[in-house]
Design a protein around this ligand. Sequence first.
Ligand code: TRP
Length: 356
Amino acid sequence: MAKVPNFILNPYFCIRNAIVNMTIKKPTVLSGIRPTGYLHLGNYFGAVRNFVRMQDDFNCYFFIADIHSLTTHPIPTDLESSVKQVLAEYLACGIDPEKATIYIQSDVPEVTELYTILNMNAYLGELERTASFKDKARKQPDNVNAGLLTYPVLMAADIIIHKANFVPVGKDQEQNLEMARKFARRFNRMYHKKVFPTPKPFTFDGKDMIKIPGLDGSGKMGKSEGNAINLYEEPAAIRKKVMKAVTDGGPTVMNQEKPVAIQNLFFLMEIVSEPSTIEHFNSLYNNCQIRYGDLKKQLAEDIISYTSPIRERIIEILKDNNYLAKVARLGAEKARESASKTLNEVKEVVGFRRLF
Ligand code: TRP
């Protein structure tokens, strides 16, 4: 038998090591994006950029919610290419498969098993009252399917299957996350066991997640809003979209407050442009000398400088099917390992233990 160093058998060291392991255990962070096409600047600055910043300090799970996508009945070939695109985009943005677990939801069947179990403790009334359900039911009245109704249950399963402590999501997901917290606590209460931690919304630097405005003077940038600039967008297309952005007749009074559409353009500049550029256009605005055409041209070029390297990486990664397959396989493996641990615990707690 190999000689065991003395200190390992020493109870003092055993306890000490256990405590050290406990205290250095990184909290778990989880988030996902539905593969509905290309990631846009809103996804990037609102979410993915923060994912990248978190991967060193947290035990991270970032996944692609392809099962959730089925609630809107995408064409299968579109879904396939969206999943590949988002995976390539995650990687191109800097999510590192060595640090974070990157996986595709449908590769982890434990999630749907937990979803089935959680469905038994989710009530029709509360699901029907969810804002996102009502919203979707209004948008697709011919397809108000059960998956739409139980969307928050599947999302809760995604989160609690890894016992996530923090979930970085945008404002639009706040209610879904609140439901996940409720389902986690309800499960613990029903079975008198603290199986799941209560997942908290994560805000970077203690600030709210930023909401990227659309270019049409409206609220947020979104694919379904049709006002998005994708990370993968070609420079010519970026120029065209930015030049079409909504503006107004221009300021008529010095230091006039900016209307929302103009504020939005400046907001985008704050993210992609040099401080001196912003100052330049700000003072032109305040002196009523601004030409929106010039501002837009500059903004378009600065967006292009920002996104071009990412776009180039996306193109490279998309060519490498072997690499993508490897990343997905590794991610699925790691995710299933963690998920099956939780699922086994859940099965035991609910009464699936065999007495024979
Ligand atoms: N509903 C989220 C969205 O549309 C995607 C999602 C699914 C998710 N499961 C999740 C986000 C779990 C965070 C955690 O953006």
